[in-house]
Design a protein around this ligand. Structure first.
Ligand SMILES: NC(=O)c1ccc[n+]([C@@H]2O[C@H](COP(=O)([O-])OP(=O)(O)OC[C@H]3O[C@@H](n4cnc5c(N)ncnc54)[C@H](OP(=O)(O)O)[C@@H]3O)[C@@H](O)[C@H]2O)c1
Length: 340
C-alpha cells in the first residue's frame, strides 16, 4: 500500500523538481495530486512517465492525503498548510513561513533527522532556505569533529532561487543586451544579465537582508545555537546551482586533509578537490545532482583553527525538492508506516 501525496506549487520550478524526485526515487505513491493556483487550471505537469492535470489548491479537500509537499510561497502556506494539517495531512513546507516556529521542526535529514519526530505537534515540517541547506550539510560533520565557533559565508545564488519568472528575466535580458533592448528589471532590483546583485529578499533593521538573516538563524536551529554565522547573499547570473565561499573557525585544530577525509565519508557530500585547473566543482556541474559538493578546502592561517572551502549544490534539489522528499522518506519509514 502506498501513499497519497499532494504537491502544492506543482507548476513552479521547485514543484516540478518535487515531482521528478518523487518519481526518480520511486517514492511509494498510490496517487500524486498536482496543485497550483486558479491561473493553472487546465495545465498539465509531468510525473515520471505520467501526465497529471493540475488542480486548484483553493478548493482541494486534503482528507485522505497522507503528505503534502508545499512550494507555493509563504502566504499560500500560511493559509493552506494548517488547513491540510487539520485534515490529517503532514505538510512539508518550502517557504520561510513556519521555519522559526518553535513547534515546527526545521530539518535537513543529514543533520537532524531525529527532529522530524516533532511533526506530531502541528503536522507541519519546514524545509530550510536553499543556501542554508547546502551549507549545513557540509558543516555538520566538521562541527561534530572540531566544534564550529564562527562561519563567514558569501553566497553566489542562481536565478532559479527566485522562481520561474526570475529565470525568464535572466534569459530575456541576456538576449536583449545583444540587440540593445532597454533593461527593465522586474523580478530583480537591478540588471541581472552580466551583473551580480548583493541583495536577496528584503532589508532588515541592522542592514542585513532577510536571506542573510535566514542563514544565521536556521543554521542555529538545525545545527547548534552556539554557532555564529555572518552572511552576504549575492544573486549571480546563473540559472541553477548555488555556490558558497565559507570561512569557518573551529574550537579545536582541524587540518585541511582531515577535514577533506571527514567530508568524503559523510552523507550527502562529494569532495572534488584537486589543486589543478578544473579540480573543483562549479554550479553548472551540480545541476540535476543530489550531492552537495565541496572543493577548495584549505587552511586559513589568519585565524586560529580556520578553514576555507567552496560548497556547491543544485538549489532546486538539495536546496528544496530533494530535501523535502528526503524528509518525506524518513517520515514514512519511521512514523507513517503502512502495512504491506
Ligand atoms: N527556487 C528555490 O531554489 C527555492 C528554494 C527553497 C525554497 N523555495 C520556496 O519554494 C516556493 C516556490 O518557489 P519556486 O521557486 O518554485 O517559485 P515559482 O517557480 O514562482 O512557482 C510558484 C508556485 O506556487 C504556485 N502558487 C502561487 N500562488 C499560489 C496560490 N495562491 N495558490 C496555489 N498555488 C500558488 C504557483 O502556481 P501558478 O503557476 O498557478 O501561479 C507555482 O506553482 C517559495 O516559497 C520559495 O521561497 C524556493
Amino acid at each position: 500500500m502506498g501513499y497519497k501525496v499532494a504537491v502544492a506549487g506543482a507548476t513552479g520550478v521547485v514543484g516540478a523538481e518535487m515531482l521528478n524526485i518523487l518519481a526518480e526515487r520511486q517514492f511509494p505513491v498510490d496517487e500524486v495530486v498536482a496543485l497550483a493556483s486558479r491561473r493553472s487550471l487546465g495545465k498539465e505537469v509531468g510525473f515520471g512517465d505520467e501526465t497529471l492535470k493540475v488542480r486548484t489548491l483553493d478548493d482541494y479537500d486534503f482528507a485522505g492525503t497522507d503528505i503534502a509537499l508545499f512550494s507555493a510561497g509563504g502566504d499560500v502556506a500560511a493559509e493552506h498548510a494548517p488547513r491540510a494539517a487539520a485534515a490529517g495531512t503532514v505538510v512539508i513546507d518550502n517557504s520561510s513561513r513556519f521555519r522559526m516556529h518553535e513547534d515546527v521542526p526545521l530539518v535537513v535529514p543529514e543533520c537532524n533527522a531525529d527532529a522530524i519526530a516533532g511533526f506530531a505537534k502541528r503536522k507541519i515540517i519546514a524545509n530550510p532556505n536553499c543556501s542554508t541547506a547546502q551549507m549545513v550539510v557540509a558543516l555538520k560533520p566538521l562541527h561534530d569533529r572540531a566544534g564550529i565557533r564562527r562561519v563567514v559565508v558569501a553566497t553566489y545564488q542562481s536565478t532559479s532561487g527566485a522562481g520561474n519568472a526570475a529565470m525568464d528575466e535572466l534569459f530575456g535580458q541576456t538576449k536583449g543586451i545583444f540587440v540593445n533592448d532597454p533593461i527593465e528589471p522586474v523580478a530583480f532590483t537591478k540588471q541581472i544579465a552580466f551583473n551580480v546583485i548583493p541583495h536577496i529578499d528584503t532589508f532588515m533593521d541592522g542592514g542585513d537582508t532577510r536571506e542573510e538573516w535566514k542563514m544565521v538563524v536556521e543554521t542555529k536551529k538545525i545545527l547548534d545555537p552556539r554557532i555564529k554565522v555572518t552572511a552576504t547573499c549575492v544573486r549571480v547570473p546563473t540559472f541553477v546551482g548555488h555556490a558558497e565561499a565559507l570561512n569557518v573557525e573551529f574550537e579545536a585544530p582541524l587540518a585541511a586533509e582531515e577535514a577533506r577525509d571527514i567530508l568524503r565519508e559523510s552523507p550527502g557530500l562529494m569532495v572534488i578537490d584537486r589543486r589543478e585547473d578544473g579540480g573543483y566543482v562549479t554550479p553548472v556541474e551540480c545541476v540535476g545532482e543530489y550531492a552537495t559538493y565541496v572543493s577548495r578546502v584549505r587552511a586559513d592561517p589568519t585565524v586560529e583553527n580556520g578553514l576555507n572551502m567552496w560548497v556547491v549544490a543544485d538549489n532546486l534539489r538539495k536546496g528544496a525538492a530533494l530535501n523535502a522528499v528526503q524528509i518525506a522518506e524518513v517520515l514514512i519509514n519511521r512514523y507513517l508506516k503502512k502495512a504491506a
